[in-house]
Design a protein around this ligand. Structure first.
Ligand code: M6R
Length: 359
């Protein structure tokens, strides 16, 4: 039941701070220990490579996960678009470990990969929102997102819950591997900061609606740009805008724009820069300037510590490894309000189903 909310999507965006608190409580002890199945931790600990598989938003959560697993567990990690796996089959080492990300647990493209993984007797984990879903039943291990039902076709709280669970798992494995960075990563406290930070952004949603009206409602195309982890969020931000507002949006590596795509920037084209990392902030800012001088209308989503006076949306400070949990929130709201103000059916966009059960 969506209660007083006009659409499930807004309700689900609003639920994210609580989902973060719940996951911290479920999976993280005050002492810094994690409540993750020891057999699961052991299986990933001995893996020579982690392969993350997902589709759409879940794939995008995997791109963030790769960075978390590599940093916290020091295990080489690859991310695969489920429907491409069969054709881009990675060369597997002795001990691969597979992580399936799927909100519904029913996505046919991901299931097809899991069937093949099982045929080879490789170990796997499904991170899903639906207990007893197909992908959960067929994998060796399951971790639940506990985000509550996600009804809107546009996935929001599943993305942030998937990233939080990946961070929890990466911390657990990193600690088992005695990685100092994992031991020192106070994720319980960080998820608390994330919850408060999400709420602060959501509380400013009227301002984000104004931006959506000013920049996107009449636009035919738009760009999100960023580097590194911000690039992965730009892909998710663009997908959100495309699927519910039908604005043709592209997420782009900020430095790659000038190698061709910048030709698409015209007078008034909206370009959103995501800037949350110390080492890339000034480079992304210069890439934004390049679009500005070609007529782009710019929005910035910037982490507080890096913010300047003329930035558009400032998000609270959290550890650099988990900034997507906050930088995606304005993008979700921009997509929501663009769709709403275009008079579209936010929860049920054309041509799409909530769960894609055909290959
Ligand atoms: O249920 P899943 O997480 O496996 O679904 C994967 C995609 O179909 C899904 O994320 C889709 O991209 C959403 N509509 C994105 O908002």
């Amino acid at each position: 039941d969506k209660g007083t909310y006009p659409y499930y999507m807004l309700k689900e965006i609003d639920e994210q701070p609580n989902v973060m608190r719940k996951l911290a409580q479920m999976y993280l002890q005050e002492s810094g220990k994690t409540n993750v199945e020891p057999e699961l931790v052991a299986a990933i600990k001995e893996a020579d490579r982690i392969h993350i598989v997902g589709a759409g938003t879940s794939y995008h959560a995997g791109l963030v996960g790769r960075k978390l697993f590599e940093k916290l567990t020091h295990t080489p990690t690859e991310v695969h678009v489920a429907s491409e796996f069969a054709y881009e089959k990675p060369l597997l080492g002795e001990k691969p470990f597979f992580i399936f990300l799927s909100q519904s647990g029913e996505t046919a493209d991901s299931r097809e990969v899991l069937v093949n993984v099982n045929a080879e007797n490789y170990k796997s984990l499904t991170i899903t929102n639906v207990q007893n879903s197909t992908l959960s039943r067929e994998a060796t291990f399951t971790m639940l997102l506990n985000a509550g039902p996600e009804i809107s076709v546009a996935s929001t709280k599943a993305y942030t819950a998937q990233i939080a669970v990946e961070a929890i798992l990466a911390k657990a494995v990193g600690m088992a591997k005695e990685q100092v960075i994992a031991e020192e990563f106070d994720l319980r406290q960080q998820l608390g900061l994330v919850a408060t930070g999400m709420q602060a952004i959501i509380d400013e949603k009227e301002e984000i609606e104004d931006l959506a009206k000013e920049y996107f409602v009449d636009a035919s195309r738009a760009f999100y740009i960023g580097r590194g982890i911000d690039h992965t969020v730009s892909l998710e931000a663009a997908l959100k805008l495309k699927e519910i507002s039908y604005v043709q949006a592209e997420g782009f590596a900020a430095g790659e724009l000038k190698h061709g795509t910048i030709a698409l920037i015209e007078e008034g084209t909206p370009v959103v820069g995501i800037i949350t990392q110390d080492n890339t902030a000034s480079l992304t800012r210069s890439n934004l300037q390049e679009t500005l001088s070609r007529g782009a209308k710019i929005i910035t989503i910037v982490r507080q510590a890096l913010a300047k006076d003329d930035d558009t949306i400032v998000i609270p400070d959290v550890d650099e490894m988990i900034t997507p949990l906050l930088s995606v929130i304005p993008a979700q709201l921009l997509a929501y309000y663009t769709s709403l103000n275009k008079g579209l059916d936010v929860d049920r966009p054309r041509n799409l189903a909530k769960s894609v059960t055909v290959e």
